[in-house]
Design a protein around this ligand. Structure first.
Ligand code: GCB
Length: 595
């Protein structure tokens, strides 16, 4: 009995006591005072979750999160992080250990670090993204749990840390589930692991949690600025400076720890042709955050998309977050720069970052390079529409996507779903979600990639109850690939909504270097012809405001198994997986030149 008591007490203190707190996401973590925990992490592959459950499938207090070491020669401890191999963080596990290429399950990660208390300052432990289900332990205790593979999260771990040596352990599980977001099936690689940066962030006990700076109106050039502290503290002074615009303003927080201000200014407006960013400094006490911010207005008028009041055609391409040469998750400015340079060479002014929020470096690099962005959450295909947790999960991912990037002027569209099957349950889910998106950010356009339905006599009709909840009507269509091969020239279109139309996907597969007749599947000529016919067909769509063909580069997908051709790659790229241009690239480039 006594033993049981000790066990329960130990369990409570080791596994469930939570002295850390998940705190609202920090805006602009990149300009904070940070110590990187990137680098080599020890890892243990745990197929049966031996490190979490005992042999009765109960969470065990002796889990791997303890990072235990034998204290006496006879002690039995059947794991040792320090003897386990290491992998690089950030990075997916699939391309770092060939045994893990197809692995979906739990991997434990551990890293030691040094920490020293600094007065009353707080330490947040920040993760750019971990795919998919993550338990974070600091010095053997649970700091928190996070679900969702593509958005950042942070915990205040100050009270869990000790002078000198500390360690952090993660249990990361990327198993797919029907009720998850994304769900059980999706056409991309389920890269597992700590795929984005891990940082210790050093902040004052009162700090700027979030801020928002943007052009509020074109007429009179009004900028609006708002700021939120982490605590509801009044009378705190915050200074905003934009030296190039000769702006220096001081604001005082209200009882909620908020302050806001509008001011006149005449910035050069950000656009793909002039991606002008202004240095912005926001100061609270001795702490300063620096950002680079651009000013622009995005809106629609009838079937047009207007950037800074002028109609713009979105010459786009879809991109997955994979490294440009040879696969694996991307997470660097250099990776993003290469991919976006390819898109630029294609003549693009716009990219669809599919099918989940991409890393912050990519969005920022796109902003510097003058690329407009469509950003989306992985509400993809067959989501569990009636499951309340699934909805909460989608809302959380949407909220964090918007929260991270709402100061990025190049992001013009928040997309909330991709190719979802029509039903009342889906309509309810998506209408609520789109209203949520609008309540979080009313300054951008809301969209979702819908599906077009074919009708007789080569008529295509878009009919989707969700039309009323979006600003831009977007849909994917695969005429010439999944249907109606060679019939693109005969197609007619009916899109009965007075809103701009974006073809969010079209395309077909080709294996780089495979040549043949234009009606021979998988050849570059087939894809080239498909692009030629599709581009001509798209010109007939009334109100076409842009397109983001599928896709810039071949990407890994477990659904693409055809030997010798696919080899686990979706081959619809205009570039091969190792960066060679296919013939269709030049067709799209030429079409964009004429736009
Ligand atoms: C789609 C999906 C995309 C797939 C693509 C394909 O409609 O949105 O994720 O990869 O089709 O290649 O079939």
């Amino acid at each position: 009995m006594k033993q049981l008591f000790v066990l329960v007490a130990l369990f409570l203190s080791a596994a469930t006591t939570c002295v850390a707190e998940e705190v609202p996401l920090l805006q602009n973590v990149l300009s904070r005072s940070t110590v990187s925990l990137n680098g080599s992490w020890h890892y243990i592959v745990d197929v049966q979750e031996e490190g979490y459950y005992d042999y009765r499938m109960k969470p065990t207090p002796w889990g791997f999160f303890q990072n235990a070491k034998p204290q006496k020669p006879e002690d039995l401890i059947e794991y040792d992080f320090d003897k386990a191999p290491v992998m690089q963080v950030p990075g997916d596990w699939n391309t770092q250990d060939e045994r893990l290429f197809f692995y979906e399950g739990t991997v434990w990660f551990k890293r030691a670090f040094q920490w020293h208390r600094n007065g009353n300052r707080r330490t947040l432990l920040y993760f750019g993204a971990v795919n998919y289900d993550t338990y974070v332990y600091v010095n053997g205790k649970l700091a928190g749990h996070h679900v969702g593979g593509f958005t950042p999260f942070n915990f205040d771990v100050t009270d869990m840390l000790r002078e000198g040596d500390n360690f952090v352990v993660l249990k990361v599980d990327n198993k797919r589930h029907a009720e998850a977001v994304p769900t059980q099936i999706f056409d991309w690689w389920n890269y597992g692991g700590i795929t984005r940066d891990v940082l210790l962030v050093d902040v004052e006990s009162v700090y700027i949690e979030d801020y928002n700076l943007q052009l509020a109106s074109l007429e009179g050039r009004l900028l609006s600025f708002s700021v939120q502290l982490n605590k509801p503290l009044s009378s705190q002074q915050i200074t905003l400076s934009i030296p190039e615009l000769k702006i220096k303003k001081t604001l005082t927080t209200d009882a909620e720890g908020k302050a806001a201000l509008s001011m006149k200014a005449k910035p050069i407006l950000w656009s793909p042709a002039t991606p002008k960013l202004y240095q912005v400094d926001i100061q609270l006490g001795s702490e300063s955050i620096r950002d680079e911010i651009g000013f622009r207005i995005i809106e629609t008028r009838g079937k047009q998309i207007l950037l800074n009041g002028n109609p713009i055609f979105l010459k786009g391409i879809s991109i997955h977050e994979e490294k440009p040469n040879g696969g694996g998750r991307a997470n660097s400015t250099a990776d993003a720069h290469t991919l976006l340079s390819w898109a630029k060479e294609l003549g693009c002014n716009y990219v669809r970052l599919a099918h989940y929020p991409h890393n912050e470096y990519a969005v920022r690099e796109a902003e510097r390079m003058g690329m407009l962005v469509w950003s989306e959450i992985p509400v993809y295909w067959t989501i569990a529409w009636t499951n309340a947790d699934t909805y909460r999960n989608a809302v959380r991912q949407l909220t964090d996507m918007i929260r991270r990037d709402h100061n990025r002027c190049n992001v013009i569209i928040w997309s909330i779903a991709n190719e979802t099957p029509h039903s009342d349950a889906r309509d309810q889910f998506l209408s609520r979600l789109s209203q949520k998106a609008r309540s979080l950010d009313a300054t951008r356009l809301i969209s979702m990639a819908m599906e077009v339905t074919a009708a007789n006599h080569h008529k295509n009709r878009l009919q989707d109850n969700m039309n009323q909840y979006v600003d831009v009507i977007s849909f994917n269509q695969y005429i010439g690939w999944y249907r109606d091969v060679n019939d693109a020239p005969k197609m007619e279109w009916e899109i009965p909504y007075d809103k701009p139309v974006i073809i969010s996907e079209f395309g077909g597969g080709a294996k780089y270097g495979l040549h043949g007749a234009k009606n021979q599947r998988w050849t570059e000529e087939f894809q080239e012809n498909l692009y030629r016919e599709n581009c001509a067909m798209l010109d007939k769509i009334d109100g076409l405001a842009g397109t983001s063909p599928w896709i810039l580069k071949d990407f890994r997908s477990p659904r693409r198994v055809l030997n010798g051709i696919q080899d686990y790659y979706n081959r619809k790229g205009l570039f091969s997986d190792d960066g060679h241009k296919k013939k269709a690239f030049y067709v799209l480039k030429e079409w964009y030149q004429g736009k």
